[in-house]
Design a protein around this ligand. Structure first.
Ligand code: AMP
Ligand code: GLY
Length: 421
């Protein structure tokens, strides 16, 4: 089978590396990929927002199956477009992708199907939003409706903070804002919960906990994710049953009433409050770096699982996991998530991995004349699996210390809640 992967981050390198292990796969193309994927697949320098160029290449090369990594093309309807051209594609259609593309779309599904979530109000202008908050007992959570790469969420402790949030959102910081979402603040512990679905059947696809803040102790600005561990420490069979019954099943039903059978990975961002799950957000894809953290624990053949989803035969597959722990640390360029130096050279990374249960996934890198250069704020992902989180993190740190790159930084406390108790 020839497979194509759309995207260029650590998530896509991990998908590529794990697919590569399958004996069903002969060729992998990455659109556009990164320096890491170029070692194991063919990078094709096409813009992932130009659906027509991608389609022409895919048809010409007779690629059997396309996997969409990031949210932007999904929200813009790449799956509908490819299916119209008879390309087999793994990911949700444009209707379903609104779960990530519009927080208000998701809240309306929650309302209709009584899915547990933070209480909320939706407002169309600054005046009504501010009036609603006049008698609010803070904190308040204020969100832009549209895709904002994780940046359109404000946790406000007082009226001054909420005024700033409302002004920034309606003044267009995240694009034209017709609506704003104001939510109660949920106090609990977060958990990322994943499923994979073929439109008829879904199966659980692991849990993880990521660290979104840039500095140790979960301080500083929000980022795409500085590291993660899997499984989540909150996981239990009983909690899983509640999540499926109260959150996942009603969501899939709600989408089917809108004419969409969910196909792809679905990522539920949950707040667990006194052992009860509340939905904070949906992402219509694997998480990054959760994907890099979860996939090394997968025993079953990823290519067969994804192919069976595209043929509506997931019910025939059993998805097996190793009974171990995985931990991922993201090495970033100094300055991230604000400005950082691009195109600095990363030293030779050959031979830094010695064990089969250690992984190095590239994220913001590109290869020019055999040199690896920085091409994004989150640069490299180091993952280790072990029978405990402490050893996994120790192994990751040992490997990162071998990378002789002075322009990078990483959080040394990833997994502190499960390690440094
Ligand atoms: P989101 O992009 O909606 O996942 O929000 C980003 C982060 O903001 C989440 O990962 C949570 O840490 C936090 N957050 C969002 N909504 C709430 C809420 N209602 N209560 C508490 N924290 C929240
Ligand atoms: N790690 C968070 C995300 O992928 O959205």
């Amino acid at each position: 089978m020839k497979v194509g992967i759309v995207g260029s981050g650590g998530r896509e390198h991990a998908l590529c590396a794990i697919l590569k292990k399958s004996n069903k796969i002969n060729e992998i193309y990455c659109f556009p990929g990164n320096a890491g994927t170029s070692n194991i697949a063919q990078n094709i320098d096409l813009n992932s927002n130009n659906f027509e160029d991608l389609k022409n290449f895919i048809l010409k090369k007779e690629i059997d199956l396309i996997i969409i990594g990031p949210e932007k093309p999904l929200v813009e309807g790449i799956v509908d477009y490819f299916e119209k051209h008879n390309i087999k594609v793994f990911g949700p259609d444009k209707i379903a992708a609104q779960l990530e593309g519009s927080k208000i779309f998701t809240k309306k599904i929650c309302q209709k199907f009584k899915i547990p979530t933070a209480k909320f109000g939706i407002f169309q202008n600054k005046k009504d939003s501010k009036k609603f908050l006049e008698n609010w007992s803070y904190p308040a959570v204020i969100k832009a409706d549209n895709l904002a790469s994780g940046k359109g969420v404000y946790i406000c402790d007082n009226l001054k903070d909420s005024d700033t949030a409302i002004n920034e959102i309606f003044d267009g910081k995240f694009g034209v804002a017709k609506n704003i979402l104001i939510e109660e603040f949920l106090e609990g512990e977060e958990m990322s919960f994943f499923i994979i679905s073929d439109g008829k059947t879904f199966k659980c696809f692991g849990t993880a906990q990521d660290h979104k803040r840039v500095f140790e102790g979960d301080k500083g600005k929000n980022t795409g994710g500085m590291g993660a561990y899997s499984p989540s420490r909150l996981f239990s069979k009983k909690l899983e049953e509640k999540i499926i019954k109260k959150i996942i099943k009603p969501t899939i039903l709600g989408l089917s009433e809108l004419g969409s059978n969910y196909k792809g990975f679905l990522y539920a961002g949950l707040m667990i409050v006194n052992n009860e799950p509340y939905l904070i957000e949906y992402n219509v894809r694997m998480g990054d770096p959760e994907c890099q953290t979860i996939l090394p624990r997968l025993k079953s053949d990823l290519a067969m699982i994804i192919d069976s989803c595209c043929n509506e035969k997931l019910d025939r597959m059993s998805i097996e996991w190793e009974d171990n722990k995985s931990l991922c640390v993201v090495l970033c360029a100094k300055g991230y998530p604000d400005s950082f130096k691009k195109e600095t050279e990363i030293p030779n990374l050959d031979n830094i991995l010695v064990n089969t249960d250690d992984y190095l996934f590239h994220a913001g890198t590109k290869k020019i004349n055999d040199k690896i250069l920085v091409n994004g704020g989150r640069v490299l992902n180091f993952v280790s699996v072990s029978d405990n989180f402490y050893d996994a993190r120790k192994k990751v740190h040992k490997i990162i210390e071998k990378v002789n790159w002075t322009d990078g930084f990483y959080r040394k406390d990833i997994g502190y809640k499960v390690i440094d108790k």
